[in-house]
Structures are given as C-alpha cells and as structure tokens.
Design a protein around this ligand. Structure first.
Ligand code: AMP
Length: 530
C-alpha cells in the first residue's frame, strides 16, 4: 500500500500480554487505531520462531497448537527477567528480544501504510517496576523505535476517555473532559488485561491530569482465568479417559485456545460447549457461566481487594469517584462488571473499545509531549497542539523506592520515596561510612514496601567510588534518589563535606548495556519478521 499523507510519524503502542494495538493521531489530533497487515485492529502478541524467521500475530497464534515448542506466548509476564520462561526451538531468549520482534512487526506494518515512524510511546502496566520498564524501553530500541516515552496503561486509558468525552460533547477536539459544569472529574480505572491487572485513580481537569494512587498485580490477568478452565477441562477428560491432555504440549496448547473461546462465549451467553481432543480421543461437554464464575471467584476477589485498597490509599470514598472506567479485554466478563457495580454502586463506563483505548491514550500522550517540545514539522493542526502545550500530566510511582541499611536485625528497607508520590520526585538522605579511610560505598537500591530488604526487589547496586583518602569513620554521605516522570529510577551519591559528586554507577545484574542493545538491534534488523 502506498504511504499515506499526514502521518505525524508518531505512534502509541499498547504492548499487551496477549494482544497488542497501535494508534496514530489524525491531523485534528484524534487517535485512530492502525490496522495490521491482515486488516485487524489488534495483533496477537505471539511469536513462532524458525530458522531466523519470526512469525508474529494471528498466524503465530494459530501455529501455537501445531508447533508449541517453537512458540512464545505471554512474553510480557517475563519482562525484566533474564530469560523467557522456556526455550524456543531449543534456544534461550531474553523477553525484551521477543518483545522487540512484536514491536518490529508492528512498526513494519505501520510503515508500509503510512511511511517512517519517528517516535513511539509504549505503554506499561502501572505496577511494572523499574526493571520491567527498562526492559520495555530496551525492546523498543532493539526494534529500531525512538521511544519518546513509556506511560502507564491506566493513565493512557483515562487520557483517551477524557479526550473522547469532550469530543462527543462537540467541544474542541483537542481538549480534555471535566465534569458537566467544568469542574475536575475523578475517575477510577480498572484495567484487567490478558496478563496484568492495574487499578488507578486519576483526577482530570481542563489543563491537568493527575494520578492520585495506583496499585496492581503484574501476574494476574485473562491467562489465569484461562488456566482455571484448562485445568477443569483436563480433569473432565482424565475422569473419562484416564490420560491427562496437559502432559502433551500440543494438547495443552489446544486446551488453552479452547479455554479462551469458551471464556469469550460465556461473556455473551450463559452456557456453551467445550471440546477437548487428546490421543485421538474427543470429549465434548457443557460449561456454564456459573461454573466458570465459581472456578475463578478467588481471582476476581484479588482484584476486588486491590481496588478497595487503591480507593483508600487515594484518601477517597466511592461517593467521591465520579466515573469508573473499564479497560482491558477481561472487563467484558459479566462477573467482572457485576463486581465493579456492586463495589462502586455505579454503572461502569465501557463506551470505548477495551482493546484500543490504551493505544489511543499512548498516541495522545505522544501528541502532548510533541506539543511541549514545539513539534515543528509534525502534521498535527496548530489548534490541537496549542491546546496541548500547557497540558500537565502527573503520575505516581507504584512501588516505594528505598535503600538497604544495616540494622542489628539484618538489612532493612529504608524508604526514600514512598509509593504514590507524584512524579518526578527526588529525595535525599544522609548515611555514614562504616570504617576509617573508606574509599567507596556500596548501596543496594530497592523497590517494594516490605521492611526487610530481602523481601523487596533489588533493582541495582550503586557504587559510590572515589571518596577522598583518610575520611574518618561515620563520614556523612548524601544519597539522592530520583523517580522520573516515566517511572524510571536514577540514584546519585554526594560527599556533603566537599559538595563533590562522587563517581557513581547503578549496576544491575542482567540488564543490557548500550553496546549489547546496539548489537541486538542489529540482529533484529537483519531478521525476517513477518
Ligand atoms: P487485553 O490485554 O486488554 O488485550 O485483554 C486480553 C484478554 O481479554 C485476554 O485474556 C482475552 O481472552 C480477554 N478477552 C477479550 N475479549 C473477551 C471477551 N469477549 N470475553 C472474555 N474475555 C475476553
């Protein structure tokens, strides 16, 4: 297809656990989903690898049952780790490399339709920690994208809702929603996707967007609901035939696909039939919505507890929340909607496409950033950019940031920036050297709420080297921790006596450095990704 005019070069990508979606802005600054080469609005985040060819998307999802050992699914669940949970065709892959293949395929599809992509905003679950955020940014770089920013998924969704509400009221397309009489709106965003759960409370006014509190679970999503059905189906089959389809990778892949079909069918009607095939034997049986609800009740209860906690952490009551926005494919499950209705006493708003709204918000966020940067040469109208220039957007950190300090009981987590602090944030604290003539200080940087250092996630080790010789014991050293607006962390050490900034580095085990990133980008650049 010939490249089309009026492409700003900016895309917003929702890199999902099970599906991904990409959007751009029209000249009027309105977000629009870009269909993939198959003409679909969402692309399954599934990869089949064979001889340096990566097949991504619908074809890969179909192949999952045929070549399970060549297929990577739910890569996002492993982001931030050193390796994808199992080998693919006998090879070990880092999650960010597999994610880069999905992003590269998205980029290629967009470019075939619209021309070069100049900037991308990629979304991450609000509850992603620094390691997972860095891995997402790296995946973008490896895919050859210039990552303008990463933004939290519920924040992106709320931005898209705010924008759309205003547009529907026929007000200026570029501005954001407030209450009926212009007052700020407080919204709770409940985002249950394929692999992650986030809940955030945001306050939106005409020129400001502020997250008040956020919480979530990076390992809770539709895949867990599917797994409950998989186990139920396998047990039914076992009862009849004595063998377990979960023992065979192909039958297991079929079970997961059948479970997802059944789950979707039960969103539309109260009963459906499941078909399980294994060892050339077949079993068909009825599944009711009531049974599905029963099998998954504890998963839903976990999201309920987190949702209640976030309202409390924001210092609000349900009466003070104006809107409840539903995001993520799993919010189509009737039981999810009923729980939200019961909890909030409100009718949830699911007027925007649960699959596309996050990508739309990411594109809007990119537009706002470009407006602030004085985006000459972008083909977004001046009127939209003009409205966005002064728009302020404030997020919070989803995990407390601290450092490990020695106590008589062992290492404790000394929190410098508590969770739900508005970003960017910077805090410093003074610590002391523990021996005379100490030339360097080693600091373990932690994310998490626990009191014990070992119960937190160590995101890196910070070495403050080059301290002057002959410093006495208990010389004060100032440690400065920063959380950027994108949720990324940096740390610095200072010798307060001299005011000099000592040489520092944040060493994190297993992260890719710049040279490795360039090399991986080169490899992906030469790989055939279809
Ligand atoms: P997302 O990450 O937002 O794309 O959400 C994907 C998850 O939503 C997957 O687990 C899907 O199976 C699930 N999903 C999508 N549509 C439906 C539906 N109609 N009923 C139940 N679950 C759905």
């Amino acid at each position: 297809m010939a490249p089309q005019a009026e492409f700003t070069g900016l895309i917003g990508i929702d890199l999902g656990t099970t599906f991904s979606c990409v959007a751009r802005l029209s000249r009027e600054g309105v977000p629009q989903t870009i269909p993939n080469r198959e003409g679909e609005l969402i692309t399954p985040s599934v990869i089949v690898l064979e001889d340096d060819i990566a097949v991504v998307g619908r074809e890969a999802k179909r192949s999952e049952c045929v070549y399970p050992e060549h297929t990577a699914v739910c890569v996002k669940r492993d982001m931030g780790g050193m390796r994808y949970s199992r080998s693919i065709a006998g090879k070990i892959y880092r999650p960010e490399i597999l994610s880069a293949m999905i992003l590269k395929r998205i980029k290629t599809d967009v470019e075939a339709r619209f021309g070069p992509v100049k900037h991308a905003v990629i979304t991450v679950p609000a509850y992603f920690d620094d390691t997972r955020r860095k891995a997402t940014q790296d995946a973008g770089r490896i895919a050859g994208l210039s990552v303008l920013d990463i933004i939290n998924e519920p924040t992106a969704a709320a931005l898209a809702y705010a924008f759309e509400t205003h547009r529907r009221r026929n007000e200026h397309p570029g501005s954001f929603a407030t209450g009926p009489t212009g007052e700020p709106t407080t919204a709770l965003v409940y985002d249950l996707g394929g692999g992650t759960f986030d809940v955030s409370i945001v306050r939106i006014s005409r020129d400001r967007f502020e997250t008040l509190a956020t919480d979530g679970d990076v390992r809770l999503g539709g895949r867990d609901w599917d797994e409950r059905l998989v186990n139920f189906f396998a047990e039914e089959f076992q009862r009849k035939y004595g063998s377990d389809p979960r023992d065979d990778p192909q039958s297991l892949a079929f079970l997961y696909q059948e479970a997802e079909h059944v789950k979707h069918a039960l969103s539309a009607r109260a009963t459906t039939r499941a078909l399980v095939t294994h060892n050339a034997q077949r079993l068909s049986f009825e599944v009711t919505r009531a049974r599905f609800d029963e099998l998954t009740a504890d998963l839903l209860a976990r999201t309920e507890t987190t949702t209640e906690a976030v309202v409390e952490n924001a210092g609000l009551t349900w009466a003070q929340i104006d809107r409840v926005l539903l995001v993520g494919g799993m919010t189509r499950v009737p039981q999810v909607r009923e729980m939200i209705r019961r909890l909030s006493g409100k009718e949830p708003d699911c007027s925007l496409s649960a699959d596309e709204v996050v990508a739309h918000g990411a594109a809007l966020h990119g537009g706002i950033l470009l407006a602030r940067m004085g985006a000459e040469g972008q083909s977004i109208s001046d009127s939209a950019l003009g409205l966005w220039i002064g728009f302020e957007s404030i997020d919070v950190n989803s995990h407390s940031l601290g450092i490990a300090v020695r106590t008589p009981q062992g290492y404790a987590n000394s929190i410098l920036i508590p969770k739900n602090t508005p970003l960017p944030a910077e805090r410093s604290r003074t610590y002391h050297t523990s021996s005379p003539n100490q030339r360097q200080v080693r600091v373990r940087v932690l994310e998490g709420e626990a009191h014990e250092a070992d119960a937190c996630v160590q995101i890196g080790e910070f070495v403050l080297a080059g301290l002057p010789a002959n410093l006495p014991e208990r010389t004060p050293i100032e440690i400065v921790c920063r959380y950027g607006a994108d949720g990324r962390i940096s740390v610095e050490g200072r010798d307060p006596a001299t005011g000099l900034l000592a040489e520092t580095s944040l060493v994190s085990q297993g992260r890719l450095d710049d040279a490795e990133l360039r090399e991986e980008a080169r490899k992906i650049g030469t790989m055939e990704i279809v």
